[in-house]
Structures are given as C-alpha cells and as structure tokens.
Design a protein around this ligand. Structure first.
Ligand SMILES: [Zn+2]
Length: 316
C-alpha cells in the first residue's frame, strides 16, 4: 500500500499518530490547534472518521471519542481510524456551541481558507480530512437543557447510508435531510458518508448516551470487518420516519409526564404547564403515537419553547 500522508504528516502503520492542525489564533496570538489522532492498520480496509465537539458545548461526543482512544478501540485490525475529539476548540474553551464571532461551524462547510473563524475550521476539515475518509460518525447532543435519546441520523434515501446506520444498531434511526453548510453536506459532495449521532444534552454527561455512542462505534467497526473484538449484544433499532417538536402552549412551569425514550399513544398526556400558584394548567397531548426522542428538562419555560420531540415510526 502507498504511504498515507495527512496534513503533511506521514502516518506509519500500527501506531497512533497525533497531528496538530493549526487553524487560527486566539486574540492573545496563542495558536489554536485541533489534535487529530490517526491509526492505520497494516491490512487494507475503509478509513473511518469519529469526530465530536463541532459544537463546543456538546461534551458527550467528546467523551465518546476520548473513550475510543482510551480503550484502544481505534486500534483496528484492518483499515484506518481518524479521531477528532474536539473540532471547535474555541467553543470547548468557552462552554459554547459557537466560535467567538457567534458563527456555527456546522453551518460553515465547506469553508474558506481566508474566511471567519468558523469558516476556517470548516475549511481545514474539508481540505485535509474529508478527502481521506470513506465514512464517519459526527457526535452531537441536544441543546441547552434539551436532551436527545441516543439516535443516529442520516439521509436514508441513500441506501449505503441507511445500511451504515442499521449497522450501528443505535436505539433510534432517524431519517434526516442533509443540512446546508454541515459536515454531512461537505462529505456528501465528496462522495463520503457521514452519520450524525445525537445523545444527551449539552454541557452535561449522560452515561447512557455515552455508552450507546461508544457501542455504536464498536458495532460499526465490527460490521465493516475492521476489528475482531466482539461488541456488546444489543436490541434492534427503531426506525423513525418523521419527527415533530411539541411547543410550549403557555408560559409557566413544565411538568413532564414522560421520560426520554418512552412510547406514547395518540392523544396521550405528555405533561402539563402550570402556574407556580396552582391556578392554571395546560396539557401537552400527543397528536399521534410515537417515541420521545427529545425532551426539554427545563423547569420554567416560555410560550413557544420546544418541549418534546416526538418521533413517528415508519409504517409497514
Ligand atoms: Zn451539535
């Protein structure tokens, strides 16, 4: 096989190589470098990317990729693994989804070498990483105080993407169109397949979401025949065809009657909004049967806030 070289760094076989990708500077001129870990087996196979921290406050994903490194899951028997625990170093340092100018890296792909911070980060991933991969998982979480039940998202109108999603055996598989300016879009335009994993909420560890994310990686690597290690047994995934947010009908205290992952029937009460004085109650009722794939954990909410993301199961 020809020698692999990424970002002017020669990748030797059977050893972990760390690349420091210099993307920009802090206001103090301190360089911002994205650490990238590459492991190339001596045997041929696919090249898979595991990336997280695109939104710097989504720590469950960072922990999942850290565990891949910590437990040597990246040491594949065939093919190559590229791990990027934190894409948005700025956001991680500042407990923020965004880069300091308020832009979202995952809306800035494919990026521009001389662009803003978000655009520069996106450009480096597009130019120096995407060309080398075949597929990958980008790890995310719900937003502030909104938690997502562990789920894999992808454009399942593409059969190969749908098969890769099934191979992860994530609890929920959710068909979702590619978002303009996302890593998924940049990868897609280069013929590469990226799945998005969502689990838990920002700035908070979710033990179950972390373990499920790690297990998804393990199962995917096994199904791609890249590792010999046997993954944990698991149950079948539930395919979600459509999802809709139930929004807060009135401002007040939010008392959910469901937990994330629960199944609800049509016209089931999923919780209620009340005043702090007990003189007002407004129910949140399901319009159709489905699963609670996202839930707002905030105690006090305002009219219009997203409360529940209900996933509807594919028919047939
Ligand atoms: Zn995210």
């Amino acid at each position: 096989m020809p020698a692999l070289e990424i970002y002017n760094t020669l990748i030797p076989e059977n050893q972990k190589t760390i690349i420091q990708m210099n993307v920009a500077h802090l206001t103090t001129r301190t360089p911002i470098e994205i650490p990238i870990f590459v492991y190339k087996s001596q045997h041929p196979g696919p090249t898979v990317l595991f990336s997280a921290g695109m939104h710097g406050d989504e720590i469950n994903g960072v922990e999942i990729v850290r565990r891949i490194l910590d437990t040597d899951l990246y040491k594949v028997d065939r093919g190559t693994v590229i791990c990027i625990p934190i894409i948005n170093i700025y956001g991680f340092l500042n407990f923020s989804r965004y880069v300091p100018d308020g832009k979202d890296v995952n809306r800035s792909f494919p990026g521009y070498a001389k662009g803003s911070l978000a655009s520069k980060v996106a450009y480096h991933i597009t130019k120096y990483i995407i060309p080398y991969i075949d597929l990958g998982i980008d790890f995310h979480t719900g937003g502030s105080q909104r938690t997502n039940y562990p789920q894999i998202r992808g454009d399942f109108s593409d059969e190969m993407t749908a098969q890769l999603a099934r191979d992860t055996r994530a609890p929920f598989l959710i068909h979702s169109k590619i978002i303009l300016g996302s890593l998924r879009m940049a990868a897609h335009e280069n013929g590469k397949k990226i799945l998005v994993y969502e689990g838990g909420e920002s700035l908070r560890y979710d033990k179950f979401a972390i373990e499920e994310g790690y297990n998804c990686v393990h199962r995917l690597l096994k199904s791609l025949d890249m590792i010999n290690r046997i993954p944990e047994p698991c149950s079948n995934s539930i395919l979600i065809e459509d999802k809709s947010w139930y929004r807060c009908p009135d401002s007040g205290m939010w008392i959910p009657a469901v937990e994330y992952g629960d199944y609800v029937e049509k016209e089931q009460s999923m919780g209620f909004i009340t005043s702090p004085f007990g003189d007002f109650k407004s129910k949140v009722v399901s319009k159709e049967a489905g699963y609670i794939i996202g839930l707002n954990n905030q105690a006090v909410v305002n009219k219009g806030d997203a409360l529940i993301n209900l996933g509807v199961v594919a028919e047939g």
